[in-house]
Design a binder for this molecule. Structure first.
Ligand code: PLP
Length: 470
C-alpha cells in the first residue's frame, strides 16, 4: 500500500481558507463600488475592442497570473464592455437588472454546487424547486396536479412543450421520431412569436417548415380565423397538426394572443395547447394584472422566464404542465449508475441531465418579497412605461401597440427622420438603450421597462435622448 503523501492541491484552483476569505472580501468590495458606477455610467459599451482583443491575446495560458489580477482585469472589461442591464436606463430586450435575492441564490449555488439531476443527490434543492413550480402553477390556475421544472431559458421550455406535444400526438414518436407520423407534423404560432420557435422545430427533428406562422389581426394578436384556415389547409394537404402556441406577451409589442380562442381551437382539433408566457407570465404575480392572462389556466403547458420580468439572473425559466405523465414518457431514461425515481427526478422529466440550482433565485425572491413584492415590481414597470408614453405623446409621438404590459412601441413624428437612425443615435449616446422593431408593418421604437429601480429622472433622460436632434 502506497502511503506517501499525495501531491498538494493546486493552490491557484483551491486556495487556502485565509486567501479565499481575503479574495472574497476584496471581490465584494469591488462589486459594491462597481454597481453605482454602472447605474450612472453609459448603458452601451465604451471599450476600445481593438485594445481589448490585443490584451485578450496576451492570455496564452502558459504564463498564469494571480487570480486577483485576472479578476481585476475581467471586472474592468465587463464594466465597459457590455450593454449594462444593471443600468436603469436600459429599456431593452426583456433582460433585467437582476434583483439581490437572485444574486444571493447564485452565491449559494456556487458554494454548494448541488447536482439537481436527482432527488437522491439533492433532496432539498429538488424539493425547493418543486415547491416554487407548484406555487407558480397554482397562480396560473393549472391546479394542484400540475408539475414542471426549471429550465435554462424560454427556448428550452418551449422546446420541451414541442417534444411533449409530439410525444402525445403519436405513440410511435418516441421510437421513430417524425418518421412515425403519417404526414408532416405542424405546430402553430402567430407571426409575432419569438423566432426561436424555428430553431426549436429544427432541433426537434421535424424541420423548420413544421412551424406555421399564423397571421395577426392588425393589433398584433394571433387571428383565430387565420389559425382555423391554416389548420384546415394543413389537414387537406395531409399534414398533421400537433400544437397551438399562444404567446402571452409578444417579444416586439407585449401583445397577448386570444388565450380562450386558442384554447378552444386546440380543444376542437385535439391539439396540445401551449402558452409561451416567457415574459408576460410575470403578470401572474400581480392581482391587478392577472386578469390580462385570463385563459392561461386552460393550457396543457406554460413557459415563464423568471430571468425576464421576474428579474432573476440569467438562465432561469419555468416549464409547467398538467400532462406530467407525457413529460415522463418523453424524457424517460434508464441508467444503472443513476438512482431513479421517475416521479421526483428532474433528469427523467426534462431535457437536461446535470442541472444547476436555478429555482433558488425565485424561491429567495418570493420568500423575501412575497407575491405582493413581485407583483409590485411588475406593476411598477407598467407605471414606468405609462410615464414614458405620456411624455412621448405630449411631444407628438404616436402609439403603435396597445399593450397593458410594460412594453411600448412608439412612432416618432415624421420630422425626426427614420426610426433605425433615431434608435442608433440614442444607443450611441450611451444615455439610454432602446430597440428598433416593426409592429403590424410599421417601424417603431421599442421601449421596455426592465429595471426595478428606474426613476423619473431616468425616464426624463430617456425622453431627452429620444427627442435629441442630430
Ligand atoms: C415570448 C418569448 N418566448 C421565448 C423567448 C426565448 O427565451 P430565452 O431567451 O429565455 O430562451 C423569448 C425571449 O425574449 C420571448 O420573448
Amino acid at each position: 500500500m502506497n502511503s506517501s503523501p499525495l501531491p498538494a492541491a493546486v493552490p491557484a484552483l483551491f486556495p487556502d481558507a485565509a486567501e479565499r476569505a481575503r479574495l472574497e472580501s476584496w471581490l465584494s468590495g469591488e462589486f459594491s463600488a462597481i454597481l453605482p458606477r454602472i447605474r450612472h455610467g453609459a448603458v452601451t459599451p465604451t471599450l476600445d475592442m481593438r485594445v481589448f482583443r490585443g490584451q485578450l491575446q496576451a492570455f496564452d495560458f502558459e504564463h498564469p497570473m494571480p487570480l486577483e489580477r485576472a479578476l481585476g482585469w475581467t471586472l474592468e472589461q465587463m464594466e465597459h464592455g457590455i450593454v449594462q442591464m444593471s443600468n436603469p436606463r436600459y429599456f431593452g430586450l426583456f433582460n433585467p437588472g437582476p434583483h439581490f435575492p437572485a444574486q444571493c441564490a447564485d452565491r449559494v449555488a456556487n458554494l454548494f454546487n448541488p447536482q439537481l439531476a436527482t432527488s437522491a443527490s439533492s433532496p432539498v434543492p429538488v424539493a425547493i424547486e418543486r415547491h416554487v413550480i407548484g406555487h407558480m402553477a397554482r397562480r396560473a390556475g393549472l391546479g394542484a396536479e400540475a408539475t414542471g421544472h426549471f429550465a435554462t431559458g424560454g427556448s428550452e421550455a418551449n422546446y420541451t412543450a414541442l417534444i411533449a406535444a409530439l410525444t402525445r400526438a403519436h405513440a410511435g414518436f418516441a421510437a421513430d421520431g417524425a418518421r412515425a407520423y403519417p404526414g408532416a407534423p405542424r405546430f402553430y404560432t402567430s407571426r409575432d412569436c419569438h423566432i426561436a420557435w424555428a430553431k426549436i422545430a429544427h432541433q426537434a427533428g421535424i424541420g423548420r417548415t413544421a412551424h406555421c406562422l399564423v397571421d395577426t389581426d392588425g393589433r398584433g394578436r394571433m387571428d383565430p380565423a387565420a389559425l382555423q384556415r391554416a389548420l384546415e389547409a394543413d389537414r387537406a394537404a395531409g399534414r398533421v397538426p400537433v400544437m397551438v402556441v399562444a404567446t402571452a406577451g409578444t417579444t416586439g409589442g407585449g401583445i397577448i394572443d386570444p388565450l380562450h380562442a386558442c384554447a378552444d381551437i386546440a380543444r376542437e382539433w385535439g391539439l396540445w395547447n401551449h402558452v409561451d408566457a416567457a415574459w408576460g407570465g410575470a403578470a401572474l404575480a400581480s392581482d391587478r394584472l392577472r386578469p390580462l392572462l385570463d385563459g392561461i389556466e386552460r393550457a396543457d403547458s406554460i413557459t415563464i422566464d423568471a430571468h425576464k420580468w421576474l428579474a432573476t439572473t440569467m438562465g432561469c425559466a419555468m416549464f409547467m404542465t398538467v400532462q406530467g405523465q407525457i413529460l415522463s414518457q418523453a424524457f424517460r431514461a434508464t441508467a444503472n449508475f443513476m438512482p431513479s425515481d421517475a416521479a421526483l427526478d428532474p433528469y427523467l422529466t426534462s431535457a437536461q441531465w446535470s442541472r444547476r440550482f436555478l429555482g433558488l433565485r425565485l424561491f429567495l425572491a418570493l420568500a423575501s418579497a412575497g407575491w405582493r413584492g413581485l407583483g409590485a415590481h411588475v406593476e411598477r414597470s407598467v407605471e414606468v412605461i405609462a410615464r414614458i408614453q405620456e411624455r412621448l405623446l405630449a411631444a407628438g409621438w404616436s402609439l403603435a401597440n396597445e399593450s397593458a404590459l410594460a412594453v411600448l412601441n412608439m412612432v416618432p413624428p415624421a420630422d425626426r427622420g427614420d426610426v433605425r437612425t433615431l434608435v442608433r443615435r440614442v444607443v450611441a449616446s450611451g444615455q439610454a438603450w432602446v430597440a428598433y422593431t416593426t409592429f403590424e408593418g410599421r417601424e417603431v421604437v421599442r421601449i421596455c421597462a426592465t429595471h426595478g429601480q428606474t426613476s423619473l429622472q431616468d425616464v426624463d433622460l430617456l425622453v431627452a435622448a429620444l427627442e435629441a436632434r442630430p
